[in-house]
Write a protein that binds this ligand. Structure first.
Ligand SMILES: Cc1cc2nc3c(=O)[nH]c(=O)nc-3n(C[C@H](O)[C@H](O)[C@H](O)COP(=O)(O)O)c2cc1C
Length: 179
């Protein structure tokens, strides 16, 4: 167990969303490897479209991620880009909320590419926040086959999740030597 606080942002808010299944599997695998793991499920947070007129909602969301030295964003690919929910959540961050935090990405799709195109969009945009992206990344393909049931993990993805977790820990420890 490390002294790192991890936040996991779930970026799918659709009825019957598939992303919740790998998200829960990841959380279950990661939670005893971090000091704390907080889940920020955008479905429950009900963030309005960003327009600066909801200071209470904004504050609650930003306060929740403040103590996290690292974040995992898990989101589906819609039309070759990240879901509107995760993109909207990112708009709540200005140029310092993510500064020096470590970010790992997990994209989800029910196709063969696992949301890799959505990942490329994220990778092009996230550096603007001054955060550090891991080189390991997870693209979950054919989610209805690889994660058919809630509460189950897929052995191949278990290994991929672990590589991501280990890099998050390594990079965060380097950036926060006091932890
Ligand atoms: C609006 C919309 C757009 C989609 N676009 C893509 C796409 O670009 N690439 C892809 O592989 N799958 C695409 N899909 C299929 C998703 O991979 C599949 O619905 C998956 O379950 C999405 O995750 P979710 O259930 O958590 O929303 C799309 C689905 C929706 C609803």
């Amino acid at each position: 167990m490390t002294q790192i606080n991890l936040g996991v942002i779930i970026g799918s808010v659709r009825l019957n969303r598939a992303t919740i299944r790998p998200a829960k599997a990841f959380i279950q695998q990661a939670e005893n490897q971090f000091k704390t793991l907080i889940t920020l499920d955008l479905l429950n947070l009900d963030l309005p479209m960003y327009d600066e007129s909801h200071p209470k909602v904004e504050q609650k969301f930003l306060e929740a991620i403040k103590p996290c030295e690292a974040l995992i964003l898990i989101f589906p690919e819609y039309n070759y880009r990240p879901s509107p929910a995760i993109l909207n959540a990112l708009d709540y961050f200005r140029n310092y909320e993510l500064k020096n935090k470590v970010l790992g990405l997990i994209s989800v799709s029910n196709g063969n590419f696992g949301g890799v195109r959505a990942q490329m969009v994220m990778r092009a945009s996230l550096p603007t926040f001054g955060c550090y992206l891991t080189s390991n990344t997870v693209t979950i393909q054919n989610v209805n086959k690889t994660f058919p049931l809630e509460g189950e993990n897929d052995p191949i993805y278990k290994e991929k999740f672990q590589k991501l977790i280990e890099e998050v820990i390594q990079l965060t420890s380097k950036l926060n030597p006091k932890l």
